[in-house]
Design a protein around this ligand. Structure first.
Ligand code: ADP
Length: 512
């Protein structure tokens, strides 16, 4: 079967392509919309004001604006509260520059002559020649045969007619060749240019921004992908270098934490695997000793070497103790593997720990003192101390630890074992210390591993399997407690157990 072809779907689009496409659409869509709307808007304005109707080469919007300012200033003057003489004075100041351009002005007030630059008849005739019209309406007229402005201004009681005309008025600010064909095309060309400029600036700035954005996103993502590939290749020491608190930074640090944990768990797995191998080797070695011994004595019996009943009994006793040792070892192995597999259920009950330990200490004291040990029991906890315990299994832990203290004692010194209980607010700590041979501080945590023995060569004759403390650890952890040790070579060993306190209300307890 050939390699499956990757589907061409939008899901597979590269991030940079996605950002570029989003940017292009982000630019094109608003530009098109603005263009359509401004075209519609401009078309409707020119239609509404009928600008194209005033289309002549002499038309100038600038003139229109200038004139509307002049006419409005004159109208304001006429309807002001000033005296007639003052008004005429002001109008004179406007008229002087206009007369120089050949422009004539006529003003009447309620049909009576108010001001005129020439004979009324001359002005009126010329005005009629420029545009035959009735002057009762306002007029703004600019064409090749002249210009004519008629404005009516009312101030309450008085009504003024203002007429400005010039037969030889020419557009002097914009030359004919520069003028567009029509006002609408002028508006369109100018607006179009502005829109084009804005669009260009907009496109340029958005493109630059999108390139920067896409780089800031795609670069760290590429780093992340490279990092993932490194880890996939098995390089668990690889860390991705990206210092930021943003979403990508958070992903990168989560990724680094993940690879660190992965590395740690692989190391842990390797370590456990190694200790398993050591355990198998240890079990094989430890089983071999009693097995060889039993085999030798059985052969001795078969060959008739044990020829007296005393000898035969001694041989049989040795064979029996060898099988007992093997049985105990296999028992320990079975217990640890069942504990590790979680197939052992504890029978936990809420008990008062001081009561339990007081009874236990009494028994221990008798037994230890019988064997030549000093036993000191000190309970510093304020009773009652309630804890959830599977008493049988907990007692096995205590006996295991004390059996070790007995086993690893110094020959030259009288053995001393102390059991101390200290109460804390939420927990209680038991410590069992001895004055035995102790252990190297660097191996303190290893004594809780299955099959670990300080006597690595297993040369010293001890009846230990190296599983006892591993069983203790599993049991204490099933009680949600902790176990650890402290000590040094020649200075004895102290094993600590911490348990969580509980309340007396759940005294009935549950199976755990
Ligand atoms: P073992 O059956 O070998 O005693 P354990 O699991 O009980 O197995 O203990 C593991 C190892 O820890 C022992 O082999 C011994 O080296 C060390 N150890 C345990 N208890 C003591 C102690 N009280 N003093 C010195 N060493 C100890």
């Amino acid at each position: 079967m050939g390699r499956q072809k990757k589907k061409r779907s939008s899901k597979n689009l590269r991030i940079t392509t996605r950002i570029s496409l989003a940017t292009i659409f982000g630019i094109v869509i608003p530009v098109v919309i603005v263009f359509i709307f401004s075209s519609i808007f401009l078309t409707s304005i020119t239609k509404y004001f009928n600008f194209s109707a005033v289309s002549t080469t002499s038309y100038s919007m600038l003139n229109q604006i200038q004139w509307s300012q002049t006419v409005s200033s004159l109208s304001k003057e006429l309807i002001s509260n000033e005296s007639r003489a003052e008004k005429i004075n002001k109008i004179d100041s406007y008229v002087t520059p206009l007369e120089a351009l050949g422009i004539k002005l006529y003003i009447d007030c309620d049909g009576e002559l108010f001001y005129s630059t020439e004979e009324k008849d001359v002005v009126m005739r010329e005005a009629q020649e420029i545009l035959t019209n009735d002057f009762s309406r306002n007029i703004n007229y600019f064409s090749e045969n002249g210009m004519l402005i008629v404005t009516h201004a009312n101030s309450g009681s008085e009504s003024y007619l203002l007429l400005i005309e010039s037969k030889n008025y020419t557009v002097h600010d914009v030359s004919d060749s520069q003028l567009p064909q029509s006002f609408s095309s002028l508006v369109f060309s100018k607006t179009g240019l502005i829109i084009l400029l804005i669009a260009l600036v907009f496109i340029a700035s958005t493109t630059v921004l999108s390139i920067i954005t896409s780089r800031t996103i795609s670069k760290p993502i590429k780093k992340l992908a490279d990092g993932a590939n490194e880890i996939a290749r098995g390089n668990l020491n690889h860390t991705i270098d990206y210092d930021s608190t943003n979403e990508i930074g958070q992903t990168v640090s989560a990724f680094n934490a993940m690879s660190k944990r992965l590395k740690h768990s692989i190391e842990e797995k390797n370590r456990i695997e190694q200790s398993r191998k050591e355990m198998i080797a240890g079990v094989a070695h430890d089983l071999r000793t009693p097995l060889t011994s039993a085999k030798g004595y059985v052969e001795g019996l078969l060959d008739g070497i044990a020829n007296t009943p005393e000898k035969q009994e001694r041989y049989l006793k040795t064979i029996y103790s060898s099988t007992i040792a093997m049985e105990r070892m296999l028992d320990d192995l079975l217990t640890i593997s069942r504990l590790e597999l979680g197939s052992i259920e504890l029978n936990k009950k809420t008990v008062e720990l001081c009561e339990v330990l007081d009874d236990c200490a009494e028994e221990l004291s008798l037994e230890l003192e019988k064997n030549g040990f000093d036993f000191i029991y000190e309970n510093k906890a304020e009773p009652p101390v309630y804890v959830e315990l599977d008493i049988d299994r907990f007692m096995r832990v205590i006996h295991n630890i004390i059996a070790n203290s007995v086993k690893y004692t110094k020959k030259e010194e009288k053995g001393r074992i102390e059991l101390t209980v200290t109460g804390y607010q939420k927990s209680v700590i038991l410590s069992i210390s001895d004055n035995g041979i102790g252990i190297e501080p660097e191996n303190l945590s290893r004594i809780f591993e299955p099959m670990y023995r300080a006597d690595r060569a297993r040369t010293k004759v001890t009846d230990g399997s190296g599983i006892g403390l591993a069983v203790c650890k599993q049991i204490i952890e099933l009680h949600n407690g902790q176990i650890w040790a402290n000590g040094a070579v020649g200075e004895g060993l102290t094993v600590y157990i911490s348990l969580n306190k509980t309340t007396a209300t759940d005294r009935e307890g549950t199976n755990g």
